[in-house]
Design a binder for this molecule. Structure first.
Ligand code: SF4
Ligand code: SF4
Ligand code: SF4
Length: 277
């Protein structure tokens, strides 16, 4: 991509949790880019151990036997209203004209004030160099008209980079909006609660594939559905925390079963037994 494409407009990232497989190539690439390399003015070398400026957090979800893992590659959110900036007594944390936030390694005195101020816990401390460090947004690459290294490395396009507004729209949201930090990293497909379970045929003691699970919010038109897989398991996704739902489980030739549930996190309703009509 050419340099002109990246000049001066505020930049943003998009992280699509639905596409991330947890392969960690982004983290390894970031380490390769920054370990033993300094980039004036933006960063001193990242230590070999103890820091991953992009940390692929794994979030184990559900309960046995229906457990899944979601991955969240997490790095500096390059906040427009960055809480880390005003707490630095040495004015070492700065924002570029394109919105990328960086810690000036020459100005940082290693006081450690910034770490606790960051709502996203993405600032690391380099004890050997006595400085705080974090993702720079690969400012040195952006200045050369290149994509950030983690963006280039991800084989699933789970991390994207572009001009402000490129990733806004339905389904995009920020992490921890309650901090009013106005992050420049948008997220899609953040884990939302699901209802899971398993459907069996009681007479023949076998699972029922392709049974339909319809979930309706009790006070609105919100509806979600899913089919059971070959093992009789189902996951009805993207529900809202704290809401009460009516579930109807049905299959051709069987009496349907109804349940009422309130979702506070991923909820497994266990085995649902259907009987022949
Ligand atoms: S490289 Fe892409 S898919 Fe792999 S962990 Fe990073 S964001 Fe996820
Ligand atoms: S994510 Fe943390 S370190 Fe990055 S700009 Fe925001 S407050 Fe500062
Ligand atoms: S933008 Fe660059 S510094 Fe930031 S996490 Fe990605 S590779 Fe690392």
């Amino acid at each position: 991509m050419r340099r002109e494409a990246f000049e001066m407009a505020n930049k943003e990232f998009l992280v699509d949790v639905g596409k991330c497989t947890g392969c960690n190539l982004c983290a390894v690439s970031c380490k390769d880019e920054h370990f033993d390399n300094s980039y004036a003015h933006w960063s001193a070398p990242q230590p070999e151990t103890g820091q991953f400026w992009v940390d692929v957090k794994s979030l184990e979800r559900g309960s046995l036997p229906r457990v899944r893992v979601s991955y969240m590659p997490t790095f500096c959110q390059h906040c427009a209203n960055a809480p880390c900036i005003p707490v630095c007594p040495d004015d070492a944390i700065k924002k570029r004209g394109d919105g990328l936030v960086w810690i000036d390694p020459k100005a940082c005195t290693g006081c450690g004030e910034c770490g606790p101020a960051c709502p996203y816990d993405v600032i690391f401390f380099n004890e050997d160099a006595n400085i705080a460090q974090k993702c720079t947004g690969c400012a040195h690459r952006v200045d050369e008209g290149l994509l950030p290294r983690c963006v280039e490395a991800c084989p699933h396009e789970a991390i994207l980079f572009g001009d402000e507004g490129a990733f806004h729209g339905e389904g995009s949201e920020f992490l921890k909006p309650e901090h009013n930090a106005l992050p420049r990293v948008m997220w899609r497909e953040l884990p939302a609660p699901w209802i899971s379970g398993n459907v069996i045929n009681v007479e023949q003691d076998e699972v029922i594939a392709n049974a339909r699970v319809l979930v309706r919010h009790q006070e609105s038109d919100e509806r979600h559905d899913a089919l059971t897989d070959e093992f009789g398991d189902f996951y009805v996704r993207d529900l809202e925390k704290g809401r009460s739902y009516r579930c109807e489980i049905s299959a051709d030739g069987y009496e349907s079963v109804k349940r009422e549930v309130t979702v506070s996190s991923d909820l497994d309703i266990g085995t649902v037994v259907l009987s022949r009509k």
